[in-house]
Write a new protein. Structure first.
Length: 78
């Protein structure tokens, strides 16, 4: 359980690092949960329903989290 809390904290810190970029486009990203290797996020603001949200998730958020946090297998939008 302690490992899960540590991973979730690492995810939140990493999301905070990329949040200024997302906010500069009028959106934001919210951490929902980490389960079975997958990070569940919610895109808000201008990113909610944006045609480029998938690109932001796959080529930005997902790549960064997988590269930096052991145990992260992918990112899913809720």
């Amino acid at each position: 359980m302690e490992d899960l809390v540590q991973i979730e904290n690492m995810i939140k810190v990493t999301l905070n690092r990329i949040r200024p970029y997302i906010r500069s486009h009028g959106g934001d990203v919210e951490f929902v949960r980490f389960e079975d290797g997958f990070v569940y996020i919610k895109m808000t603001g201008a990113c909610d329903g944006c045609a480029f949200a998938d690109v932001t998730i796959e080529e930005g958020i997902e790549e960064l989290l997988i590269d930096e946090i052991p145990g992260v297998l992918g990112v899913l939008l809720v």
